[in-house]
Design a protein. Structure first.
Length: 277
């Protein structure tokens, strides 16, 4: 069995406890306007252009495909994605085992959306846990029918929650949130370690009404744990490399004061917020 990844990031500090190796999977059912990894959205291999390396030699013919990437003399054009087997991937991340053991870390599957490649991710999670490696699944909860089985194989689930309003969620992510909310509620009743991660995106979901609704929803779940993650615009350059427009151009990150204020609103519902500097 093969899985398609686009990056393997070592020494990650924000994808679970300790030092972690994060495996970024290709493919996602959402199209979040603020996506930090737009190269993860398509399950297909795709070419990106890094303008700073391009010498305008014309070798590529201005194309964005595998042939153009292979022909590029500077590496300005490159293909995103590679296929790996379960054992191959496990052996590759096992090289970091000393860091996991020393820091209480492990391996996190992110993306994109790992559930898009649920059979591969599930087997990889099982193989890592059999070797005593702590595992985490970073998910938006879709496809919903794959959530429970895959999450059961992870020690920790990081569940992304974008917006409580269905139409607004669809506007900014391309999909409704009904199955996401239902899946999170069901998972919180069966999995012992779920953390809700809320990206705080100015002008999208940072208004008091949505944040209060999110806090109420989270507070009703067993053992609710919430991280508030301030928006940053690092995805903008990646959109440009893929030749796509970035819908949030010019949006600034929320201020530290606003993040503390929002944490206080969650605190009013009995939720201590993590993820803040």
């Amino acid at each position: 069995m093969k899985g398609r990844i686009f990056n393997l990031q070592r020494f990650s500090l924000h994808d679970g406890p300790g030092l972690r190796t994060t495996v970024f999977m290709k493919g996602c059912p959402l199209r979040c306007a603020w996506c930090h990894n737009p190269e993860s959205q398509s399950p297909a291999m795709e070419a990106a252009l890094q303008e700073g390396l391009c010498i305008r030699c014309g070798t590529c013919g201005g194309l964005r495909d595998e042939a153009a990437a292979e022909a590029c003399p500077t590496g300005a054009r490159r293909m995103l994605g590679r296929d790996v087997g379960v054992e191959e991937l496990v052996e590759e991340v096992q090289r970091d085992r000393i860091f996991f053991d020393e820091s209480g870390g492990g391996v996190t599957f992110s993306g994109g959306e790992p559930l898009v490649q649920a059979p591969f991710v599930g087997r990889a999670l099982e193989a890592l846990r059999a070797r005593g490696v702590h595992t985490a699944l970073d998910t938006c909860g879709l496809p919903a029918e794959r959530l429970a089985e895959t999450a059961a194989r992870a020690d920790l689930v990081l569940f992304d929650l974008k917006h409580m309003d269905g139409p607004i969620h669809r506007r900014w992510t391309g999909v409704d949130n009904g199955e996401i909310l239902a899946g999170l509620a069901a998972l919180a009743r069966t999995h012992p370690n779920v953390r809700i991660r809320v990206p705080v995106v100015p002008g999208v979901n940072d208004d008091d009404a949505n944040m209060d609704a999110t806090a109420r929803f989270a507070a009703a779940l067993p053992g609710a744990a919430v991280d508030l993650l301030p928006y940053h615009g690092t995805g903008a350059a990646k959109f440009a490399r893929l030749g796509r427009p970035y819908a949030l151009d010019g949006v600034e990150p929320p201020s530290p004061g606003r993040m503390r204020e929002l944490a206080g609103r969650f605190g009013n519902h009995g939720i201590k917020v993590g993820g803040l500097p």
